[in-house]
Design a protein around this ligand. Structure first.
Ligand SMILES: NC(=O)c1ccc[n+]([C@@H]2O[C@H](COP(=O)([O-])OP(=O)(O)OC[C@H]3O[C@@H](n4cnc5c(N)ncnc54)[C@H](O)[C@@H]3O)[C@@H](O)[C@H]2O)c1
Length: 400
């Protein structure tokens, strides 16, 4: 088999975690990159020893050597870039959320079908090895029948390199005199946050809609189809006059069973969380008729001395340390799924159809909070795609 050649489109923050999945694969190679900022693309290619830097998206799509693309760009570009790739007969992995609204998902699914290419939604949490271990234990009956799901997510800021100004804010608050902690997390360019704070480019807020897509995906993966959702999504200023969608509480009921879930989202400006990536702490608790399972981390490592998976059953607590638990491991597995789905002519684990279902769940939560009522997924109407607006969007219109 001829080696398949892949190109990353967008060389921003997350692109760094899309490289390792192509290493040591005989059937696939990370062949090239393209970013609308040529300097960014050149720097990224040099850092990761990637052979080719393209000077336009059209050049990538016109190159007969290219097998597929991974779209790692802001959300408002996902649909149009996917459609163009499908028409050029390139396989597509599009980062989450696959689109801004359900009608865009329909167009993308149809385009992939009509052109006979794979459409994969790149969502890594369902590929996180400790999560897969927990899921297998549930399937094997370790905790009996599933009764309830609880998820906790907390964005922590103290000494985090993620947020511009976090260190200056801690200093102003006098926290550096009391907290003896090293800087934590990876550096995130302010431009990487800016488009997320604009609803018309991001599709929703940075916590519940953007990062939240992972959680909606995981909840469906764990318990199946969703019947209804009820959410409170509040606002906190991220910048003067620009709001982020936290704190929030989202509740849901699974279809055809009396199983409910609760997810709470908080942001703690003075909390210190250890982590190599985003300093976002996540914990999952699953209760069954016979036992309880915990997943103690995913992105960050607040509970680093606790096993990634913990089981309580019959009065006994058992820790499971065997699964690789670095967040990057979930990206590697997700990239492998893309490569192997093309190689083996099978569907990826997260298809366009599944990506649409997850998006409907996320949009239902947003609608529930806006309309102050529970939303049944089968009555879910599409949310209109918003027109770019405001100071930030005019800035981005010039850029994209
Ligand atoms: N799986 C995860 O955990 C995870 C984490 C972060 C981001 N993401 C997703 O990855 C995608 C990118 O996010 P990010 O944080 O890397 O954003 P980013 O802003 O850091 O990077 C985006 C890159 O895309 C480039 N770009 C913008 N318009 C372009 C165009 N028309 N053509 C080519 N390049 C263009 C920008 O120059 C930038 O380098 C988003 O879909 C986001 O939701 C996923």
């Amino acid at each position: 088999m001829e080696q398949m050649k892949f190109v990353l489109i967008g060389c921003g923050r997350i692109a760094t975690l899309h490289v390792a999945g192509y290493q040591n694969r005989s059937e696939a190679v990370l062949w090239g990159v393209y970013d609308k900022n040529p300097q960014t693309a050149r720097r990224f290619a040099a850092e990761h020893s990637i052979a080719k830097v393209y000077d336009s998206y059209e050049a990538v799509l016109n190159d007969p050597d290219v097998t597929g693309v991974e779209l790692l760009v802001p959300h408002h570009l996902h649909c149009e870039m996917t459609l163009a790739a499908c028409r050029a007969k390139k396989h597509v992995s599009v980062q989450k959320p696959m689109a801004l609204c359900l009608s865009e998902c329909d167009e993308m699914i149809l385009a992939a079908k009509e052109n006979g290419v794979v459409l994969k939604v790149f969502e890594n949490f369902v590929h996180y090895p400790p999560y897969l271990q927990l899921k297998k234990m549930i399937e094997d009956g370790e905790i009996g029948n599933l009764l309830g799901v609880r998820y906790k997510m907390c964005n922590a800021s103290l000494y985090s390199e993620n947020q511009p100004g976090a260190n200056a804010r801690a200093k102003r608050a006098g926290l550096e005199k009391t907290a003896n902690c090293p800087h934590t997390g990876w550096k995130v360019d302010p431009a990487s946050w800016l488009w997320r704070l604009n609803d018309s480019l991001c599709g929703g807020g940075p916590a519940v809609f953007d990062d939240g897509y992972h959680k909606f995906s995981l909840f469906m993966d764990l318990g199946g189809e969703i019947e209804k959702v009820c959410a409170w999504i509040d606002e906190t200023p991220a910048l003067p006059g620009v709001m982020q969608d936290m704190p929030a509480v989202i509740m849901w009921k699974y279809k055809d069973k009396k199983v409910y879930g609760v997810w709470d989202v908080t942001s703690a400006p003075d909390l210190y969380v250890k982590g190599k990536y985003y300093t976002c702490d996540e914990r999952l608790e699953v209760t069954g008729t016979r036992g309880v399972l915990w997943l103690t981390r995913c992105t960050a490592q607040m509970l680093e001395n606790v096993a990634p998976v913990v089981l309580y059953r019959d009065g006994k607590l058992t820790e499971f340390w065997d699964a690789p638990s670095d967040w990057q491991d979930s990206f590697i597995r997700s990239s492998h799924d893309f490569i192997e789905s093309i190689r083996d002519g099978r569907k990826p684990i997260l298809t366009g159809e599944r990506g649409r279902e997850v998006l409907a769940f996320a949009l239902a939560a947003l609608c529930s909070s806006e309309q102050k009522k529970e939303i049944h997924l089968d009555e879910m109407l599409d949310r209109k795609k918003k027109k770019p607006r405001g100071i930030l969007s005019s800035f981005f219109r010039k850029q994209t």
